[in-house]
Design a binder for this molecule. Structure first.
Ligand code: 15L
Length: 263
């Protein structure tokens, strides 16, 4: 069977611009949607906001699955978070339901459960109850909850990925636990967009980090087999450690940032 035809929203963002070329290289047909695209980028591009129904409907034409990355990616004023993340996610899910695009992979975040503390010997499951650390984290709980509504009331298949820290390399001590490599992110998206994965799924977006304290079981249950481990960077990261870094709460520094203020 051919690979699903994908729409990636937020394709020009920090994660989108890493993910799209890798998905193309893996053989997926990808349509990219964002407010603007990098100069000179060609491909199947849709320009506009995820809060604009007409734009979203155009972007969904002919696709089988959506990887929804568009939105505010850190703490921000309430109205901004509400519009981009909650209204944006609703606009997308509502259009998917109407146009029959069944599969949506939601970029949720560890900040949906950011206030959860590390406890010796306890692995945090991917469906740990919401304990957001910021308006941003709260908006991710709203997105997950909307996703679940559309699974149960509109028959969509939604995978909410509580992404840890998806960057080229782990940038601090916390990230030795929370890191997800770009290559593992592609592996996770590939597993999630498979039409055999149905209903509501909640998974952690992390690599197979030796120092992880969040569960990989739910991801493995949908076929995610991460290959990378932050441990190869541990020595270097630990040598540059900031003694004041928050490492024992899921959300790290987000748990202490003033609400509504860009961090
Ligand atoms: C997130 O949700 C942010 O989008 C990202 O920029 C990182 O801060 C990440 O969480 C993290 O917790 O490391």
């Amino acid at each position: 069977t051919p690979l699903p035809h994908l729409l990636v929203t937020g394709s020009a963002g920090g994660l989108g611009r890493e993910l799209v070329p890798r998905l193309l290289a893996a053989g997926y047909r990808v349509r990219s949607m964002d407010l603007a695209h990098p100069d000179g980028l060609d491909g199947d591009l849709v320009t506009g906001s995820v809060t604009d129904t007409a734009v979203v409907e155009r972007a969904l034409e002919g696709v089988d699955a959506v990887v929804h990355l568009a939105g505010q990616s850190r703490e921000a004023p309430w109205e901004q978070v509400l519009d981009a993340n909650v209204h944006g996610t609703w606009t997308l899910l509502d259009a998917c339901a109407r146009l029959g695009v069944r599969k949506v992979v939601l970029a949720s975040s560890n900040h949906a459960v950011g206030m959860v503390a590390r406890r010796e010997g306890v692995v945090v499951p991917a469906d740990e109850p919401f304990r957001p650390d910021t308006y941003y984290g709260w908006s991710k709980t709203a997105g997950e909850s909307l996703g679940r509504l559309f699974v149960e009331r509109a028959g969509l298949d939604v995978v909410a990925v509580r992404i840890g820290s998806c960057f080229e390399r782990p940038q601090n001590v916390r990230a030795l636990a929370t890191w997800m490599s770009y290559e593992d992110c592609v592996r996770l998206v590939a597993a999630a967009v498979d039409p055999a994965v149905t209903g509501w799924r909640s998974v952690w977006g992390i690599s197979r980090n030796t120092r992880r304290w969040w569960s990989l079981a739910e991801g493995e249950a949908i076929g995610y087999d991460p290959r990378d481990d932050s441990e190869e960077f541990a020595e270097q990261v630990l040598a540059a450690a900031d003694p004041d870094e928050v490492v024992d709460l899921v959300g790290g520094g987000f748990t202490a940032t003033p609400l509504g203020q860009p961090n």
